[in-house]
Design a protein around this ligand. Structure first.
Ligand SMILES: Nc1ncnc2c1ncn2[C@@H]1O[C@H](COP(=O)(O)OP(=O)(O)OP(=O)(O)O)[C@@H](O)[C@H]1O
Length: 472
């Protein structure tokens, strides 16, 4: 079966064993103008072609191997995967400057589900697109340069393609009143983006109200969101206006939405659907005109599977999804962020640290930043406050980060095989392979990252690591 051959294509390509029919498939896909994405039965991206990369402004090594629930916000492929049936649809128009139609089909081999293949087509010449020609031209220009982001978005630092793309989508979203769901690990800038959306929208002079749905106990959240009447419960001494009323005509930012208790999710769903609610203990139904921006660092799809997040609410919130990449996914932004924080924090603390030493920059580059930009910002503030000279040196930074520079420096200068021609002898191919696999795992810290650097899948790295007894 064609599709079954296709699912194994990328894996086999990487394992170096493809037959002629697979090669032909690959050539066909690479030359197609339609974007192709193939995911396996576990939802991991197995293959994407060049057209897909161009359409979504992503790159193959960064995307392949990731799980669709982490990177995709495309309901068509997600539904085809979840329900194992063919699904057709359009992307909402926030992914690209053009309308993109998607056809996703499940792949079965001997009746066993093997994954999904999706085809993406930009409807460049459709009547709809023609009418929007001017808008498209403007958007094309906008996509090409960071300068096209307005002031609010320019405060959000990041030159990487992946970040630029997220910000452009957010800026487009700000021009609509649709609900936005911002996803990303803690400290990736979700709140910053939510504010930029509000202040770029035509509601900018109206209130922006934030609610941290994870920090407020379930019992209090209802009155926090919708308010209460006097005497509604013990302690309700006077009437309270809730966040939805406060945000009327403006924007409400529902942070940590994944932590909202189930019973509140039903109530929120009603507001999303009907734009109305009652205060706790009240009879009167109040209407509100509020733009909703929600954010989460949780995997909502997993929560839905576990039964702790409502699927209907998920679809209501996920109208315009925006994914903010972790800092380790956009390491090329680290120098520009460091520069930004040097300028910002020097000003705040009245200091004049000029720069970080090149070794520090290198150590920052190798570090994974689990706390993302918040962690980098806090560290820069600490360093700027404590360092006396005009440069931040390797000795100034925490050892768990500076050690990375030392390890890389030693690796670069002591790799025995790379410099082993002292006897004029070559190692066997297997010996080279063992050393490079060992080196990559040590250097990148995970099979996934090592695989990306070597251009193979994480499974291949794990397989070879076991084969050479690098790990048990
Ligand atoms: N791209 C960026 N440029 C400049 N500063 C940034 C950027 N991203 C985040 N920050 C800064 O990092 C800190 C954390 O950002 P923010 O609170 O928006 O993250 P978050 O994703 O909402 O985090 P959490 O999920 O923990 O609420 C803030 O001080 C913010 O100003």
């Amino acid at each position: 079966m064609r599709a079954a051959v296709v699912t194994n294509l990328d894996e086999k390509k990487r394992m170096g064993s493809k037959d002629h029919s697979e090669l032909r498939f690959e050539q066909v896909f690479e030359n197609m103008q339609d974007g192709i994405c193939i995911i396996n039965e576990f939802g991991n991206i197995q293959y994407i072609n060049d057209a897909y990369n161009n359409m979504f402004r992503v790159s193959n090594p960064a995307e392949v191997g990731k799980n669709i629930f982490q990177v995709f916000h495309d309901d068509v492929i997600l539904t085809a995967y979840r329900e194992k049936r063919p699904v057709k649809g359009n992307l909402s128009g926030h992914y690209s400057i053009h309308l993109i139609s998607v056809a996703a089909s499940p792949i079965f081999h001997n009746d066993v589900f093997k994954g999904v293949m999706a085809i993406y087509r930009e409807e460049l010449f459709s009547e709809k697109a023609k009418k929007k020609e001017t808008v498209i031209e403007l958007s094309t220009a906008a996509e090409k340069t960071q300068e096209a982001l307005n002031n609010n978005f320019q405060q959000i630092i990041g030159k990487s393609k992946i970040m630029e793309r997220a910000l452009l989508i957010a800026q487009k979203a700000s021009k609509t009143s649709s609900t936005v769901l911002i996803r990303g690990e803690s400290g990736t800038g979700k709140e910053l983006v939510a504010k930029a959306i509000h202040f770029s929208s035509d509601r900018c002079s109206k209130p922006f109200v934030k609610v941290n749905c994870g920090a407020i106990p379930g019992s209090l959240l209802e009155s926090e969101l919708f308010g209460h009447e006097q005497g509604a419960f013990t302690g309700a001494i006077r009437k309270k206006i809730g966040k939805f009323e406060q945000a009327n005509t403006g924007t409400i930012f529902l942070d940590e939405i994944g932590d909202m208790p189930m019973e509140m999710q039903v109530k929120l769903l009603r507001v999303l659907q009907e734009r109305e609610f009652e205060r706790v203990g009240g009879e009167e139904t109040l209407r509100c005109d509020v733009r909703i921006v929600a954010a989460t660092n949780r995997n909502l799809e997993e929560l839905i599977d576990k039964g702790s997040f409502r699927e209907d609410l998920y679809y209501r919130l996920n109208v315009i999804p925006i994914y903010l990449p972790a800092l380790k996914e956009r390491r090329e932004d680290i120098p520009v962020l460091v520069r930004h924080f040097l300028d910002k924090i020097n000003g705040k603390l009245g200091k004049s640290i000029q720069q970080v030493a090149p070794e520090v920059e290198e150590a920052f580059f190798y570090y994974d930043w689990p706390g993302n930009i918040r962690e980098l910002e806090n560290l820069m503030e600490r360093l700027i406050a404590l360092v006396d000279g005009d440069q931040i040196e390797l000795k100034d930074i925490p050892s768990h980060i500076s050690n990375l520079y030392t390890v890389h420096y030693q690796d670069d200068h002591q790799s025995s095989l790379i410099n082993m021609d002292w006897k004029g002898e070559l190692a066997t191919l297997e010996e080279y392979e063992k050393e490079i696999i060992e080196y990559a795992i040590k250097r990148f810290g995970s099979f996934n990252a090592a695989g990306k650097a070597l251009g193979v899948t994480h499974k291949t790295v794990a397989f070879k690591a076991r084969k050479y007894k690098i790990i048990e």
